[in-house]
Design a protein around this ligand. Sequence first.
Ligand SMILES: Nc1ncnc2c1ncn2[C@@H]1O[C@H](COP(=O)(O)OP(=O)(O)OP(=O)(O)O)[C@@H](O)[C@H]1O
Ligand SMILES: Nc1ncnc2c1ncn2[C@@H]1O[C@H](COP(=O)(O)OP(=O)(O)OP(=O)(O)O)[C@@H](O)[C@H]1O
Ligand SMILES: [Mg+2]
Ligand SMILES: [Mg+2]
Lengths: 251, 251
Amino acid sequence: MILAIANQKGGVGKTTTATNLAAGLAARGQRVLLIDIDPQGNASTAFGIHRNERSKGTYAVLLGTPLAQATRPTGIKGLDMVPADPDLAGAEIELINVERREFRLREALQDAPYDIILIDLPPSLTLLTLNALVAATGVLVPLQCEFLALEGITQITRTIEAIRRSLNPKLRLEGVVLTMYDRRNNLSELVAADARTFFNAKVFETVIPRSVRLSEAQSHGRPVRDYDPKSPGAVAYEALVDEVLARETLP
Amino acid sequence: MILAIANQKGGVGKTTTATNLAAGLAARGQRVLLIDIDPQGNASTAFGIHRNERSKGTYAVLLGTPLAQATRPTGIKGLDMVPADPDLAGAEIELINVERREFRLREALQDAPYDIILIDLPPSLTLLTLNALVAATGVLVPLQCEFLALEGITQITRTIEAIRRSLNPKLRLEGVVLTMYDRRNNLSELVAADARTFFNAKVFETVIPRSVRLSEAQSHGRPVRDYDPKSPGAVAYEALVDEVLARETLP
Ligand SMILES: Nc1ncnc2c1ncn2[C@@H]1O[C@H](COP(=O)(O)OP(=O)(O)OP(=O)(O)O)[C@@H](O)[C@H]1O
Ligand SMILES: Nc1ncnc2c1ncn2[C@@H]1O[C@H](COP(=O)(O)OP(=O)(O)OP(=O)(O)O)[C@@H](O)[C@H]1O
Ligand SMILES: [Mg+2]
Ligand SMILES: [Mg+2]
């Protein structure tokens, strides 16, 4: 399974979901690889990989470096990652004239020795996003429970549809994860209800609450399950891991 | 003054700042134009312009439609806007082979009959972002008071520097606005202190608190000063408007 964590809307919890899902899946014995294809490199930061230690990463892989040479340990058993190298910010322009430019990541991930590969995407629809969606088998869309969240959601669903028809017939919408749900904010429930009407059973049962411990964990370079396992955010992400695994084994 | 509201990090309050700043400046008698160059079209939504009413907008202007034909009233005296038309999502690919593609917006805004033009940018560094930064005289960077916010901040400052050296010598960093400050979250103060160390006097005195009334106002298609003028978010944005005007008149 290769899962792209995508939504072109910014700040909806893509990185927070990708990193905590990766940690939870590894803890259940899966061999997991996390790929940071966002030039901002927030997933790399969330695992404590400093900016000056990212020299061979996702950009190098797109240009032909073997995956194993760009893969790093995260300090978590069963979880490796490919960080966002500094050159990733310029990949858009550099890859334009490269052969089979949309397929670079898919080709690099063939026969990769992992059960699950997660890809953290940037908040945009660019060639990097395209590479991830061509390589992926499924897309998980975090949806923030705030106003404007549903606004652009058809952009990502239309993009998934367009890529399925043209470059990647296997690609499917794995599910929609409601994030930053705040009981005190009545907009949260409105957005959640709208999302369930629009996406039906594709919306995961698990809802991720707004919880500052999630940000704090990132500032310490650790997944929330290690930082504060009893916090509402950690409990919710554990439930999400179980749901993703349960859906994965379904035909 | 042409002010680009920019930060490639997603969900930091670009649209919320652009729309509320525009409304506050118009209320003080300035003739204001707001341009939505984000394909998500959140600024267009925040002024109640429905998706099916955006047919001539920013994309049409980039391809040569006169500005006046794409400009709409917002229902607020002194404030017009150019919405994000549906084709904007494809602009990246379409503009690649167009003459002087980075200068399209700058040329379209020459002699525009406004005192202040604000541009709401998408969370990425693409040709649309480039067009806005080439057209702008200043950049206002909203910085969310949460972890990861300072992570990629050098990307936008490096981009501004690169554009000033090559395509737009006038471009300057107008200032950094701290947003979503939450007194109950000690990360907020850490990020604010870091930002002041890094940017010094460029950080506006006004800090925008986290306030759910800001989202609610957007869901009603109105700026917060009309929706709930006494709310903490509305009061803060009024103070920001005064600070922006005071800085503008300084040499
Ligand atoms: N459930 C949550 N509760 C509270 N804060 C959260 C939650 N999820 C994410 N955050 C915080 O919100 C901010 C945005 O989250 P994150 O960076 O994961 O979003 P993203 O979609 O990856 O952003 P981008 O579009 O820039 O890639 C971060 O500061 C993060 O710490
Ligand atoms: N000060 C605030 N307090 C509470 N919520 C806020 C505040 N500012 C913005 N929001 C909410 O946070 C979300 C993100 O804000 P906004 O859309 O303005 O960010 P953005 O930087 O424009 O996002 P994008 O990167 O997708 O363009 C929205 O749902 C908005 O309603
Ligand atoms: Mg992210
Ligand atoms: Mg926006």
